[in-house]
Design a protein. Structure first.
Length: 119
């Protein structure tokens, strides 16, 4: 993924991915409730995302459309985490997740299923 998004920009993208194409005003309203950001802050972040090629703007009403899929960003962020924190080792990340004592039986079953599907 060529587009690197900061956490604040990801919040804007998350609204778009969750709600679908929508106006900048609606994104601003949602983020005001969720984060307390004012309209200027949100519009600045939307414009940054447009510059980076993550959002496409159309008229009327400053309509916003996500140009990059959520899955692409999740994969890139996961790879960055693995490389930065776990020396590029997926098994170290997996061991860290499995070492958490807060995993439910259902979550453990899901992880086992993922591993089985890989084999």
């Amino acid at each position: 993924m060529a587009v690197k998004l900061f956490d604040s920009e990801l919040k804007v993208m998350c609204v778009l991915w969750r709600e679908g194409d929508t106006t900048a005003k609606h994104i601003s309203d949602v983020l005001k409730k969720e984060t307390g950001w004012n309209m200027n802050t949100t519009y600045t972040l939307i414009k940054r995302c447009i510059k980076k090629g993550a959002i496409e703007r159309s008229e009327p009403d400053f309509m916003c459309h996500a140009l990059i899929p959520k899955e692409e960003v999740q994969e890139a962020e996961t790879n960055e985490l693995i490389n930065k924190i776990y020396d590029g080792s997926v098994d170290k990340l997996f061991a860290a997740l499995l070492g958490r004592k807060t995993l439910s039986a259902e979550q453990i079953q899901k992880l086992k299923k993922i591993v089985e599907d890989l084999e």
